[in-house]
Design a protein around this ligand. Structure first.
Ligand SMILES: [Zn+2]
Ligand SMILES: [Zn+2]
Length: 241
């Protein structure tokens, strides 16, 4: 395994450090098993084969740890179809016939637009930024971030409009009722489907983002980031509750 590769158990991810930037694969571990959830290669590391190096080192680490493998990450899944020598790592039933993933639907205010998400969010939390406050007309946005490939418009695509103030966030809403549905973050290849719209879904927040611009305090003991965690391009600095 390359010496710039490590298993950061505190952050639940494998990391490959290149020129001071970190590419990583997030995971969940359970006794004897590991589920690879999401791969992130920062754009500045693009076009250098870093993704393949990270994929190889990650799967070598899974083998060295003697864990059975489950894969939710499309990147790793694609990597494994080209590198079939790792297929023996897969847990029973984790291959082509994996158990069906959970599906949740979120609708706009009038119901004309419906989106469907599949599986589990990459992560979830609350955002206190001024843009979320202005867009949602609320002090806090409860976000759940899903891989773009796990989100689809199930109904009313023609009614769905998009507004973007910055290149980071494409905000989508229903033209009929004005109800907000989701925000696409193309840079992160993730989509925030507003957690409170998802029927049957339990919001499991792990952090508060952009707490420096909070309008209300939330004393729930979760980490309060000034802007964003470092692995999402923020300063990583935190504030008290
Ligand atoms: Zn609507
Ligand atoms: Zn925000």
């Amino acid at each position: 395994m390359p010496n710039n590769f490590s298993d950061n158990e505190g952050r639940e991810r494998f990391e490959l450090a290149v020129d001071g930037t970190i590419a990583f694969v997030t995971y969940r571990k359970s006794p004897g098993e590991i589920t690879l959830v999401h791969t992130e290669v920062p754009p500045e590391l693009g076009g250098r084969g870093i993704g393949s190096k990270l994929g190889r080192a990650t799967l070598d680490a899974v083998r060295a740890q003697g864990r059975k493998l489950r894969v939710e990450c499309d990147f790793v899944r694609n990597f494994m179809t080209k590198n079939t020598a790792y297929n023996d790592l897969l847990a029973e039933g984790a291959g082509a016939h994996a158990e069906p993933a959970a599906h949740y639907k979120a609708g706009c205010f009038c119901g004309a637009v419906e989106v469907e998400v599949m599986g589990k969010p990459v992560f979830a939390g609350y955002c206190h930024c001024a843009d979320c406050q202005a867009w949602s007309a609320a002090p806090i946005n409860a976000f759940s971030l899903w891989k773009s490939s796990d989100v689809r418009v199930a109904k009313g695509e023609a009614e769905l409009a998009t507004f973007h103030k910055t290149e980071n966030s494409y905000r989508k809403f229903c033209k009929r009722c004005g109800g907000h549905v989701m925000t696409e973050h193309p840079r992160m290849r993730l989509i925030d489907v507003y957690a409170n719209l998802l029927k049957g879904y339990t919001h499991k927040p792990t952090l508060h983002a952009n707490y420096a611009s909070k309008m209300v305090s939330v004393r729930d003991g979760l980490p309060k980031y000034v802007d964003l965690p470092a692995d999402l391009g923020g300063s990583g600095e935190t504030l008290p509750d």
